[in-house]
Design a protein around this ligand. Structure first.
Ligand SMILES: [Zn+2]
Length: 303
């Protein structure tokens, strides 16, 4: 009998122990879950999310540093990352044509926020077909990106409304300063040299906002095949304008543009951050840092 009692007690103790251990893990999980889990498609959006969510969120990104979103091939682990997130932030205007299927694979009931909501894209005056998704290169537009992010956080976590709004308001001040600094800085470049030749057409919003003519070897998507005629046209254009510099991009193969550089004598004026930021923790690891770097590179090459 005693043996049996002992056995029952032992079983009970083990059961209780494992139950309370399980509970402890659950609490830890809950604590972690207290922060909003966010996934963004590109590093540019991921940085804005961090500026506004700070320590109240846990963020990750699908297209990591240096990755081209236009030609991105989803990795096997991506749908899981999406399904474990509370919010999914995307740029929209066709940049992430692979995201819909990923959201569907993740169960389809994810809250997806398009951060360009409220903005109008440049469409197609040059026959590219799609709207141009690179709206983040008008710094003023990034205020709308940030507002959409802030509002999503307030909805998901209303208790911390003030926190998100304060972060948003101070970030908008930084964006306003950056916008006017660029307008001021580009005055150092002679007007005839305010032309940006890049690998792909990511800088049309930048050009429109800050007074540059913009020509990309490829259209608004790096998916387009480059024709010999495109190369020839660009070479003629650079020669006719007497342009001193062309620019390569961190997320696009530089080969063709380097070839154009050697054929025209226009030097490679530097590498620009177009569809990806630099490494986290470095000067170009934030949106503001990358734009400042781009602008300084452009000014130094063209002034
Ligand atoms: Zn692009």
């Amino acid at each position: 009998m005693n043996k049996f009692k002992l056995y029952i007690t032992t079983v009970l103790i083990i059961a209780l122990l494992s139950f309370s251990c399980g509970n402890g893990n659950k609490e830890k999980e809950q604590e972690r879950r207290g922060r909003i889990r966010v996934i963004s498609t590109i590093t540019i959006i991921d940085d804005l999310v961090k500026q506004i969510g700070k320590d109240k969120i846990e963020s990750s990104v699908i297209c990591e540093v240096g990755t081209d979103p236009h030609t991105y091939k989803p990795k096997p682990g991506d749908p899981k990352k999406v399904s474990e997130s509370d919010l999914v932030f995307i740029n929209g205007f066709g940049l992430e044509h692979w995201i819909e299927e990923m959201v569907r694979n993740a169960g389809g009931n994810k809250k997806v926020i398009t951060v360009t909501d409220g903005l109008t894209a440049i469409t197609d005056e040059q026959g590219y077909g799609d709207p141009d998704p690179h709206l983040w290169f008008n710094v003023d537009y990034v205020k709308t990106y940030s507002k959409n992010i802030m509002e999503a956080f307030v909805l998901a976590d209303p208790v911390n409304k003030e926190f998100y709004m304060n972060n948003y308001n101070s970030y908008v001040k930084e964006l306003d300063k950056l916008h006017t600094d660029i307008l001021e800085g580009v005055k150092q470049i002679p007007e005839s040299q305010r032309v940006l030749i890049t690998s792909h057409d990511a800088f049309r919003y930048f050009g429109k906002a800050y007074g540059f003519e913009v020509r990309g070897l490829q259209g608004i998507s790096t998916e387009a095949k480059v024709q010999t005629e495109d190369v020839k046209n660009l070479i003629d254009y650079i020669k006719s304008k007497g342009l001193k510099s062309v620019f390569i991009e961190t997320s696009v193969n530089p080969k063709l543009l380097e070839q154009i550089s050697s054929e025209t004598g226009a030097k490679v004026g530097g590498t620009l951050y177009s569809d990806s930021l630099g490494d986290p923790g470095t000067e170009t690891g934030t949106y503001i840092g990358a734009v400042e770097y781009n602008v300084n590179t452009i000014i130094n090459a063209l002034k």
